[in-house]
Each structure stands twice: as C-alpha cells, then as structure tokens.
Design a protein around this ligand. Sequence first.
Ligand SMILES: C[C@@]1(CC(=O)O)c2cc3[nH]c(cc4nc(cc5[nH]c(cc(n2)[C@H]1CCC(=O)O)[C@@](C)(CC(=O)O)[C@@H]5CCC(=O)O)C(CC(=O)O)=C4CCC(=O)O)c(CCC(=O)O)c3CC(=O)O
Ligand SMILES: NC(=O)C1=CN([C@@H]2O[C@H](COP(=O)(O)OP(=O)(O)OC[C@H]3O[C@@H](n4cnc5c(N)ncnc54)[C@H](O)[C@@H]3O)[C@@H](O)[C@H]2O)C=CC1
Length: 208
Amino acid sequence: MQPLIIDLHKKNIVIAGGGRIAARKARVLGAEQATITFIAPEISKEVYELSRDKGYSLIHRKAEPSDFAEAMLVILATNNREANRTLCQSLPPHQLVCVVDESGEGNVTFPATVRRGHLQVAVTSNGSSPKLTRKLKKELEAQFDSSWEPYTAFLGRSRELIKKLPLSFEEKSELLLELLEDQYRLSEEAQETIWRKLQSFQQNQIVK
Ligand SMILES: C[C@@]1(CC(=O)O)c2cc3[nH]c(cc4nc(cc5[nH]c(cc(n2)[C@H]1CCC(=O)O)[C@@](C)(CC(=O)O)[C@@H]5CCC(=O)O)C(CC(=O)O)=C4CCC(=O)O)c(CCC(=O)O)c3CC(=O)O
Ligand SMILES: NC(=O)C1=CN([C@@H]2O[C@H](COP(=O)(O)OP(=O)(O)OC[C@H]3O[C@@H](n4cnc5c(N)ncnc54)[C@H](O)[C@@H]3O)[C@@H](O)[C@H]2O)C=CC1
C-alpha cells in the first residue's frame, strides 16, 4: 500500500451508509471542502446535522451501483456486509473505494492524521490494528505542539524566497538546512533575523 496526498477540493465523494462510521469519515474529509453525498435508508442525527451545517446531500434509500458513477471516492459504510460487498464489486477498478468493514475489497484505507499547518503526519497499520494507529496518533499530537503551525508557514515562505536567490545550489541547500534548527521554530525573533538576511541576499547586498 502506498500513501498518496490527494486534493479532494470540490471532488464528488459518495458515502453509502448514514451511521456512526459514515459520519466519522465525512468529518475527517471536512477540511477538504469536498462535495459529499450520503445514501442510506436511515440517516443518524449526527449525519443529518453535519449535512445541514456543511451543505452535504442526503438520499434516503438503499444505495445502488448507479449512485457512484460521478464519484471520485466511494466510501462503503453500511452495516450490511453483503451490501458493501455487492456494491464494491459493481465499481470499475479505477475508482477509489474504501470498504469500512473489509479493507481488502477496496483500494483505499484512511490513516489517522495529525495536522499542524502545512505539516501532516499520517499513521496506518494497514488494517492490522486501528487501535495501535489511534494510540500512535495521540503520541504524535503531544510531540508536535502548536509551534509547528507558524513554523511550517515560515519554512514555506522562506523556501519560496531561497529558490529565487542568486546563489549556487549548495548555498541554497545550506540555507534550507539551517532553517531546520530548533531556534527558528521556537523563536519569532530568530525567524525575523534570518528572513532579513535572506532578503538582503535577494538585493545582492550580502550581510553575513
Ligand atoms: C482498514 C480500515 C479501513 C478504513 O475504515 O479506512 C479500518 C477498518 C476497521 N476498523 C475497525 C474498528 C476500529 N477502527 C477504529 C478507529 C479508526 N479506524 C481507522 C481506519 C481504518 N479502520 C482503516 C485502517 C487503518 C489502520 O489500520 O491504521 C482510523 C485510523 C481512521 C478513520 O476512521 O478515519 C480510526 C482512528 C482515527 C482517529 O482516532 O483519529 C477503532 C478505534 C476506536 O474507535 O476507538 C476501532 C475499534 C477497535 C478495533 O476493532 O480495533 C474495524 C472493525 C469493525 C467491526 O468490528 O465491526 C475495521 C474493519 C476491519 O477489521 O477490517
Ligand atoms: N472502518 C472503521 O473504522 C470501522 C468500521 N466499522 C464497521 O462499519 C460499519 C458501519 O458501522 P456504523 O456506522 O457504526 O453502523 P450504523 O448502524 O451506525 O449505520 C449503518 C448505516 O448503514 C445504512 N445502510 C444499511 N444498509 C444499507 C444499504 N443497502 N445502502 C445504504 N445504506 C445502508 C443504515 O441505514 C445506516 O445509516 C459496520 O459494518 C462496522 O463493522 C465499525 C467500526 C470502525
């Protein structure tokens, strides 16, 4: 299994099922601003409220194979093993599909993720222990505190600037490495100092 980072902005995601797990998957995807449709005979209060708040579509009936034709990502999250299996078999092999009760039938599984600004750490156990995945996520949440949010924004800005500087590849590489010193994550003042130094390189007035 290969982790890929996928842009789901404005993409169609169709979820068969309207219960606890359907809601959890939709919440995970909430930040992606995807277009989500739930199809289920019974829609839970949680899914109903989530859809009302986020503008997701609800279809009150059993899912059918034709419901997924326009979906980039399909999530089969019914509590009916036979329904999940049959629906999965009806999908073409190039469609992305997560089968929440039998991962081997689909081609996508959800990792647990910790987001801090541009940094995202994802954990998976390939289905062997979702509880281990959850435990490791808690540990990562403690390890990566909120300082990583402004720091990764600073790294992004600095890298854009460094790429454009009239310096050799080696000099740029050295600067990019220097930014990884903890002082730049922990001190805004250190960030401002090196930012000014980078700008002076840009204007060709080298300040050491
Ligand atoms: C294969 C996968 C497919 C997928 O759903 O994508 C899958 C499958 C299954 N999970 C089951 C159960 C549980 N899943 C969790 C929790 C999470 N499960 C997630 C992902 C995945 N779960 C994918 C593999 C990921 C990996 O291996 O790393 C997380 C990481 C992400 C997310 O859901 O977004 C999220 C934590 C997120 C967070 O905390 O942030 C808990 C823990 C809890 O709720 O406390 C339990 C109960 C305890 C237990 O059973 O271990 C069952 C049995 C169902 C049954 O018995 O009926 C199956 C079916 C099967 O066994 O294949
Ligand atoms: N992947 C994961 O992380 C986990 C997966 N599971 C599995 O997820 C599945 C769903 O669990 P919950 O959401 O807790 O169940 P739930 O009982 O809360 O919801 C089930 C939903 O499926 C709908 N449904 C049933 N047949 C359908 C059909 N033919 N078409 C469309 N919708 C249909 C119901 O109307 C209901 O909305 C279970 O099979 C469970 O084993 C459970 C825990 C974790």
